[in-house]
Design a protein around this ligand. Sequence first.
Ligand code: ATP
Ligand code: MG
Length: 406
Amino acid sequence: MIYDHILVRYGELTLKGGNRKTFVSQLRSNVKRALMPLKGYEVKANRDRMYIQLTPEADIEEMMTRISKVFGVHSISPVLKLEKSMEAVYDHARLFAQDYAAGDSFKIEVKRSDKTFEYETFAIQRMVGGEVLKSNESLHVDVRQPDHEIKVEVRLDAIYMYDRIVPAIGGLPVGTGGKTLLMLSGGIDSPVAGMEVMRRGVTIEAIHFHSPPFTSEKAKEKVIELTRIMAERVGSIRLHIVPFTEVQKQIHKVVHERYTMTSTRRMMLRIADKVVHQIGADAIVNGENLGQVASQTLKSMYAINAVTNTPILRPLLSLDKEEIVKKAKDIGTFETSIQPYEDCCTIFTPKNPVTEPQFEKVLQYESGFDFEEMIDRAVANIETMVIDKNYQLHQDEQNAWDDDLF
Ligand code: ATP
Ligand code: MG
């Protein structure tokens, strides 16, 4: 079957008026971004659905795979756009039916929004069904649970036909929900946390704390690869790599060993908070999960969180590890996350970190040194890159989000 369009259905865009317009236009540019650099298509979006017009050179399966990963897309179908004649419908219904296995059941489902079309819904259903049965006698009609459903939409401009609906990722179009900064380690959890907020329409930039020579180039490459996988959903993501060695060494000089983990997290958060303001984000996202490890008790979260008023989103807070692993596998980050390169935190992790840090003690230890200047230096030396889904690294291109780049 030679399809000439892909029909894209929107997810939960129950919004009205101007909001809807913003969502649709964002979704349209996200779909275009996901299709780059493929050739042979034109995207046309209206308030209810999107059509991607194809030329013969288009790779339709690759395009469908990519579009199904774009947040805000509910489902997609390869479709035929036909002239408004019953003959055209018959011909193509027969072509669909050719591929059905002997003994299969089918149903013709007609939607007729052009009320001036010469035949009515029920008549079209009956006539097309009759033609299909004539062309392939091994089939039978089942209106309740058919193996195949041939959809015929009689609209003002044309008749659209399809028999396949492919579920897509759903959620809301990224770019409609503000911006956050994702704290991205090399582990399993943080990429999943990032994807969870992206699913709600939120744009992310990522920040990673790197402590050379204690952490290697390989560890950094792993984080770049995780960012690239996340960027498949949105085209590109900015990644900020923070040189963290100096701060970490200083923490180990002044803070009691059992409290170094708590202070390390606090310093990371202080740095992240400065970046949040620089990039105009409104929240920080991390992969914390209640009770998973020592640093993730409520007491510990309290002590860490105290350095900022910026909202911290923890989308994985209450999930079980198995659920997180399943999500990581679904989004394609799991295999990269389990590669054994050291993280700055694991290297400096004390043997016996305090699980319920006393807030007063944290403050007391940290008062032994004024970290502010060191934190500013770390921020000033951040290496920022834009990572796009096709492995191209750009040095900090502010305009990576502008459409004219594509
Ligand atoms: P993950 O699987 O995401 O590494 P985790 O279960 O190992 O999480 P922790 O190591 O306690 O938990 O880290 C908690 C969160 O702190 C991470 O999910 C991440 O958001 C943030 N984080 C930890 N290390 C770093 C790092 N080196 N750079 C950036 N963020 C980090
Ligand atoms: Mg970790």
